[in-house]
Design a protein around this ligand. Structure first.
Ligand SMILES: CC(=O)SCCNC(=O)CCNC(=O)[C@H](O)C(C)(C)COP(=O)(O)OP(=O)(O)OC[C@H]1O[C@@H](n2cnc3c(N)ncnc32)[C@H](O)[C@@H]1OP(=O)(O)O
Length: 400
């Protein structure tokens, strides 16, 4: 499995990284395709999945198959192996009772055909040292500790504790020790001249962690010998405004650094609201988690809707016939009742686009504007788009 993974993703593990490698795949959830080669059977393709629980609007955590390690040997590509594996994955996930499948895509063109849609986004910011932040009462009373990352301690005591307290659609907790360990691995080859991973921990007066950032600094010197180092942050969370202010004011004022590169932020991360000056900040938006709804009724009944919803959707799903139906969705902030119906449809959309709007991270109105959802009865789009939205942006923010 490691071999086919390396063939598919075109990498070899650096010898210095070998001791850090963690096997995080879960037993019973991988499928391989064998090829009878001249020198004996070899894996031509494989995929695996994690047994996740994904937070949906309203806070419920739904069973979801986190598709991963989809790889086809370059000598066997474009013969339908990936398609066959994806069809099997959808069927097996449904048999396990998983309501959703989620993934991070290697390339954007691969997964729409299997009914996955982009359901959340992540943001990268490039900030100058000293970027001004608004004052937040209580921030100065918080302590910020800077330590070398010790996964055995900081993992359970800080990172997963803070991570597990986040309320946000699309949030996925790392529920196995292997996933937790893999998340904090400090690959020696990834340092590329930067320091080992450090962690900034924000604590309240009782010592409770309220936020953290895993970071590396890299020194560099500009013209006239001016310090121009870079702070790279790939994992930063804060549970309240004061913790966020304390965390980012520390990261934005580290000696000898010229810039801070913050990756994997939710699109509405508090940092964006704290910054006094947004002009000149380089901001990039990437696709985050892709959602495939495996069971329309269970999925739509599990989430909450911020406004009353009463709409008949015509859902098209070529791969899961059970989903392809007309669904009457009636509900609101306390959830919804979803039933098959023969009533005339008011809105029509495909399963990938329903996946895209499901977490509230993509607007149904925006999809309709692009011709990806159709308003069959005038006046039904705006109320439905309002109900399918969510005030907190969807995000997962870590890769699997
Ligand atoms: C969740 C994850 O694990 S993401 C990781 C995905 N893996 C990688 O990117 C590793 C490198 N690439 C590969 O391993 C393979 O090329 C894969 C998995 C992307 C595709 O596998 P293949 O077996 O070649 O695909 P297969 O022959 O089943 O093609 C099915 C369809 O996907 C299309 N397709 C395949 N690869 C791509 C691609 N990279 N971009 C866009 N479309 C693609 C094919 O053209 C075909 O289209 P059709 O439905 O119109 O006929």
């Amino acid at each position: 499995m490691r071999e086919i993974d390396r063939w598919a993703f075109a990498f070899d593990l650096n010898p210095e990284d070998e001791p850090a490698d963690v096997w995080n795949l879960e037993p019973g959830r991988s499928v391989g395709v064998w090829h009878d080669a001249t020198r004996g059977p070899v894996l031509a393709a494989m995929h695996s999945s994690f047994a996740f629980r994904v937070q949906v609007p309203g806070g419920e955590r739904l069973p979801a198959a986190g598709l991963t390690w989809v790889g086809v040997h370059p000598g066997h590509r474009r013969r339908g192996l990936s398609r066959a594996m994806l069809h099997a994955h959808l069927r097996r996930s449904r048999e396990r009772g998983e309501v959703l499948s989620v993934l991070n895509a290697a390339e954007s063109g691969i997964y729409g055909r299997y009914g996955y849609g982009i359901a959340s986004h992540r943001v990268s910011l490039s900030l100058s040292r000293g970027a001004g932040l608004r004052a937040v009462p209580g921030a100065d009373a918080l302590a910020v500790e800077l330590e070398t990352l010790d996964p055995a301690y900081h993992g359970p005591e800080v990172v997963e504790r803070v991570h597990g307290a986040v309320v946000r659609p699309g949030w996925i907790t790392r529920d196995t020790p292997e996933l937790r360990a893999a998340h904090l691995v400090d690959w020696p080859s990834a340092r590329r001249g930067a320091e080992r991973k450090r962690i900034a921990v924000v604590r309240d007066s009782s010592g409770e962690p309220r936020g953290y950032a895993v970071l590396r600094r890299k020194e560099s010197w500009g013209e006239e010998n001016l310090p121009a180092g870079t702070v790279s942050v790939h994992d930063a969370l804060a549970l309240d405004p004061a913790a966020s202010r304390a965390l980012w004011s520390t990261l934005l004022d580290l000696d000898l650094m010229g810039q801070v590169k913050a990756h994997n932020l939710a699109p509405d991360d508090a940092l964006l609201g704290l910054l006094i000056e947004l002009r000149g900040i380089e901001r990039r938006v990437h696709d985050d988690v892709w959602v495939r709804i495996l069971d329309v009724r269970a999925a739509l009944e599990a989430r909450a809707y911020p406004a009353a919803v009463d709409v008949v959707l015509e859902v098209d799903d070529a791969l899961v016939p059970d989903n392809a139906s007309r669904w009457h969705v009636r509900g609101g902030p306390d959830g919804a009742e979803v039933t098959r119906t023969d009533e005339p449809a008011q809105l029509a959309l495909g399963i990938a686009d329903l996946g895209a709007v499901y977490l509230g991270g993509t607007s149904l109105a925006a999809l309709a504007a692009a011709g990806r959802a159709t308003e069959l009865v005038p006046g039904t789009l705006v109320p439905a788009a309002t109900a399918f939205a969510w005030p907190v942006a969807a995000s997962t923010g870590w890769g699997f």
